[in-house]
Structures are given as C-alpha cells and as structure tokens.
Write a new protein. Structure first.
Length: 245
C-alpha cells in the first residue's frame, strides 16, 4: 500500500553505505520510521535530511514499517543552520516530537505546531525562550498532559492573587493559602495567564502574546520542569542549548 503524506524529518541514522533510516513526524501517520534506500546521497538526500519538511510517498510493508518511494522538499529551514543556539533548540523540538507525538495516527496539530515553531526560530522575531515554552506546553497539552490551569487544585479559588504556586510533578496550581509547606515553584498571575493562553488558545494564535523577560524566564523554568517530569527524560539537545545561552 502506498501512503502519501507530508512530514518533517526528526531523526536520521546512517545504514550501510548509501542508505539511512529516517524518523518522520507525518500528518497522516504520526511518528514513523522509514527505510530510505540510497538517500544518504543522491536525489532524495536533501528532502530526507534532519528538519526538512517534505512531501513523501511511502510503501507500507508489514506492521508499522515503511520504505521511501519518493521525497520532494517543501521547506528546508536553511537559516536554522546559521546559528548553533537556534539549531540546538530546533533539534530539541525534534526530540520532543519523538517523545510526545502520536504513532500510527493523524498528527495534524502536532505537525503544524512544529512547523510554526521552526518558522519562528528562523525568523527570529519572537524570543527563542517564548517559542520553546509554547512548543513544550502545547505538545504536552496535545498529548493529554495539560496542566490543571483553571483554579487552585485544593480550594478551587480562581488564582487571582499575585502569589501562585505550581507543582511540576502533578501539573497542579495552588493559591498561597493552600501551598502550605509543599515544595512548589512560584508562579505569577501573568505567567499563569500565559500558560492558560498557550494551552487553550486556537492553534493559529498560540504564539501571539508577550511577557516580560522575568516572566519568560519563569515560564521557561515551569514548562521545562513539568515536561521533564512527565516524560522522565533528560534531553541532550536541551542541555546543549542551555550551555549556549
Ligand atoms: Zn487554594
């Protein structure tokens, strides 16, 4: 059976002299592995390179195994390669995609999110830290791990006072009264509003907000710790990015 889909290459591994295995976030099948025979060099090499966004024609063999028949690049995000910091963040997004996106299921929203994130990183008009936090929190939300943003998880108050606290292992927020002696991350009303916005806004609007530098830094800390706690993973690309900033 032939599968026609667009997708972004999130990993590539060499295999023998000219072949490689690529991992792709596809619109139609989510994250899949594809044998790309002869693609290390030759006409399919750029369309199957890391972070290329391409139209793909795939032969589905047995189970979840795919063989590349044709690949045409739609966008190659060359500008990411001009800045190592930005490139390491883009590679971190690729790692997150692998951890959090569906398998053998449609992944429209996830693919749009990653494409928008990479586009914004290339443009450089939004702070990289904002793009990072939105990508982390929205991917978690799409994967079913939206933090409990509505109210204090203990008393149900609407968290309008300035002091708010976040439990990054459970995704719960607490008012000052209920935070008690728990080990929680402090969070402001402004940062909570940003988190609510990222989780709940329509897909095409999620990057359209601003925060102070301190707010962005707090947001980044919260989204990152929550993500690490949910996935239970350490991300080498993230460590590298943080060394560069
Ligand atoms: Zn409370």
């Amino acid at each position: 059976m032939t599968v026609l889909t667009d997708g972004i290459i999130i990993n590539e591994r060499p295999l023998k002299e000219k072949d490689k295995i690529i991992t792709v976030l596809t619109r139609e099948k989510g994250v899949i592995s594809v044998f790309a025979n002869g693609a290390k060099v030759g006409k399919h090499s750029s369309a199957t390179g890391l972070l290329a966004y391409s139209d793909l024609s795939l032969a589905s063999t047995k189970g979840d195994s795919y063989v590349l028949k044709d690949a045409v690049p739609k966008q190659v995000f060359f500008r990411l390669r001009e800045d190592l910091t930005v490139l390491s963040l883009a590679q971190y997004f690729a790692e997150l995609t692998y951890e959090l996106c569906p398998r053998e299921d449609k992944a429209d929203s996830e693919l749009s999110l990653i494409l928008n994130s990479l586009h914004l990183l290339c443009e450089g008009k939004k702070p990289a830290s904002l793009v990072k936090s939105v990508t982390e929190l929205r991917l978690l939300t799409l994967a079913g791990y939206m933090p409990a943003v509505e109210c204090c998880s203990e008393c149900g108050c609407d968290l309008t006072e300035e002091a708010i606290f976040f439990n990054y292992t459970t995704g719960e927020f607490f008012c000052e009264k209920c935070a008690g002696g728990k080990r929680l991350l402090p969070c402001s009303v402004g940062v909570l509003s940003a988190i609510r916005y990222i989780c709940l806004a329509p897909q095409n609007k999620i990057f359209s907000f601003s925060l102070s530098e301190d707010g962005l830094s707090a947001l980044s800390d919260i989204s990152e710790r929550y993500l690490k706690s949910i996935t239970g993973k350490k991300f080498k690309t993230l460590d590298f990015y943080k060394k560069m900033i």
